[in-house]
Design a protein around this ligand. Structure first.
Ligand code: GDG
Length: 463
């Protein structure tokens, strides 16, 4: 069997400690069969990065990492990837900051990563590249005459041509995506947007979901990511009996709990969600003193001013709601900006009567799937889910809301809190079946089957 090489911006080194928020590493754990190589950035910023990767072995997996300079980090990671691509691909044009020098830095880091990766590649390796940081990687590898099969999975949404064309380097990025053999998306909507962009901006002719560009075929596939459902169910059952869940339950004193868990990011719709909880207490006073909202919002990417503004806004909304509605023995909103352990979260999901997942845009959103998996089937909670999360394509039995409307979110939480056991069970049964079918393992298998079915590249002149 061909060796699998996973490439992602950050490599989750086995030596790193402490809980970290983020969906990619968790989902890929299932693809890590012994012999796999995982290549990417070490997370370290140094003055002079080595040209070849540093190798660490653990459980039969080789982790190959490279460092970055401070200037590379600023241009590649903070500037272009998170300052331009992340907001644009989440439909937030107003937050996009494009600077040509950042794009130049982004391409240069991809070139340097490709050169370092090429030193550890074997001819038959299947190379699977992840996410928007590394779009030009295949093109750079092809320039180094790497002929392996190379696939790309985009973990975040993709936008239609009217939005993508705002980015000055959009045609080059599409050229970069077209250098892969397989390009994967969570939903058919994102795939269609990509194919339309390729058609309009590269002038390719579509053959259903494929096209030929520069003499090679690009297959665009839909492959929704999932979680390791069985393991998560076990964690939730065990954690719900553990000390932290007990402390949480005791502190609730019989009140219902609504829970939100997100990386602290403007795509996650946190201000609207917290405003919605205030509206719930204002419009439906019967819930006052009867429900608490726990929001875990682990901090990430703090070197971007948009994130600092978001934190200030959330502090204000939480302070406002708690100031207005708290009683001396009840606080409506509990707000934590530290990461909790995965197991603790699983137990908290199981305790919560309502899971509130209301991103303004989200590639998939694994928290929605984790919340469903963690429920007790005999007495399950209700998922309130944004229609703009990729997960809404699959989890149609959730209460689907428009996350831009706090009143609609408040109504859905109200409905969830009053929902009868029969309806909760019926909805949960349907959701649970889906979460057990569409797992992280299936996601990896489907992608790798498509990639393995491609032919290795003939030697070509790349643009
Ligand atoms: C990207 C896309 C797509 C959160 N807080 C803590 C914590 N988490 C974990 C959650 C979940 C993961 O992080 C977040 O995954 P999401 O899917 O919700 O979101 P992103 O990080 O934005 O991931 C997303 C995903 O890639 C996969 O393709 O679904 O759309 O944006 O697993 O539980 N984990 C721990 N402590 C926390 O405080 N341990």
């Amino acid at each position: 069997m061909a060796r699998l090489v996973i490439v992602s911006n950050r490599v989750p080194l086995p030596t790193e400690r402490g809980p970290r928020a983020g969906g990619l590493a968790v989902a890929l754990a299932d693809a890590l069969r012994p012999g796999t190589l995982w290549f990417g950035w070490s997370g370290k910023r140094v003055e002079t990065p080595a040209e070849t990767p540093e190798l660490v072995q653990a459980d039969g997996v080789t982790y190959a990492t490279v460092d970055m300079t401070e200037a590379e980090y600023r241009a590649f990671y903070v500037g272009f990837a998170n300052g331009a691509l992340w907001p644009l691909l989440h439909f937030r044009l107003g937050l996009m900051t494009y600077r040509r020098e950042d794009y130049v830095g982004y391409c240069a880091v991809n070139r340097r990563f490709a050169a370092a990766l090429a030193t550890v590649l074997q001819p038959d390796d299947l190379i699977w590249v992840h996410d928007y940081h590394l779009i030009p990687l295949a093109q750079e590898l092809r320039r180094l005459s790497v002929r392996n099969r190379i696939g790309f999975f985009l973990h975040i949404p993709f936008v239609p041509p009217v939005m993508l064309e705002v980015l000055p380097c959009a045609p080059e990025l599409l050229e970069g995506m077209a250098a892969y053999d397989v390009v994967g998306f969570h939903t058919d909507g994102y795939r269609r947007a990509f194919l339309q962009c390729a058609q309009q901006m590269l002038g390719v002719e579509l053959d259903r979901d494929s096209f030929v560009h520069n003499g090679s075929t690009v297959h665009a596939i839909v492959d929704p990511i999932g979680i390791d459902t069985e393991a998560f169910v076990k964690d939730a059952v065990r954690a719900a009996r553990g000390a932290e869940a007990r402390r949480l339950r005791d502190s609730l004193e019989g009140r219902a709990l609504a829970v939100g868990v997100d990386r602290l990011d403007y795509s996650k719709g946190l201000p609207n969600r917290l405003i919605a909880f205030g509206r719930l207490l204002a419009e439906y006073p019967e819930h006052r003193r009867k429900v608490s909202f726990l929001q875990v919002a682990a901090r990430s990417r703090e070197d971007n001013t948009d994130y600092l503004q978001l934190r200030r806004e959330l502090d204000r909304i939480v302070g406002d709601t708690n100031g207005r509605y708290s009683e001396f023995d009840w606080t409506p909103v509990r707000y934590i900006t530290r990461a909790l352990s995965r197991r603790t979260l699983a137990g908290f999901y199981r305790i919560a009567r309502v899971g509130v997942v209301t991103p303004l845009r989200d590639g998939m959103n694994l928290v929605a799937k984790e919340y469903v998996a963690a429920q007790n089937p005999a007495d399950p909670g209700v998922l309130v889910l944004s229609r703009f999360a990729g997960a809404a394509d699959e989890l149609t039995e959730a209460l689907i809301v428009n996350p831009f409307d706090p009143d609609e979110i408040a109504e859905a939480i109200h409905r969830a809190l009053l929902m009868e056991l029969d309806e909760r069970r019926a909805r949960h049964q349907a959701l649970q079946d889906k979460v057990h079918q569409s797992t992280a393992r299936r996601f990896c298998e489907v992608f790798l089957q498509h990639l393995a079915a491609c032919k290795t590249q003939p030697m070509l002149e790349c643009a």
